[in-house]
Design a protein around this ligand. Structure first.
Ligand SMILES: [Zn+2]
Length: 88
């Protein structure tokens, strides 16, 4: 029995296996739910606006921005604030 809630808290390294399982599969096979219109679509079917530094992926139904990926000299940035979730 756990006497203290802080005994259940671990650092991010404890989630490595789960995160590995999330990010290694082919992302084009994942489904993404749009935060704005609640549509569930395959990532491979999204509308892409490509640029030299990265890409913006929009919802096929409402044109909301679902994902942004940018490669800069400081790293690879990935944001998906317009999506509720990805499902693999
Ligand atoms: Zn949408």
């Amino acid at each position: 029995m756990v006497d203290n809630v802080s005994d259940l808290l671990l650092d991010g390294n404890a989630a490595v296996r789960l995160l590995h399982d999330l990010f290694v599969p082919d992302i084009t096979l994942a489904q993404i739910r749009c935060q704005e219109c609640d549509t569930l679509r395959g990532v491979g079917s999204l509308v892409v606006h490509a640029a030299p530094m990265g890409a913006v992926l929009n919802c096929t139904d409402c044109d909301c921005v679902l994902m942004r990926a940018v490669q800069t000299p400081h790293g690879l940035w990935f944001e998906m604030a317009g999506a509720r979730y990805l499902k693999f």
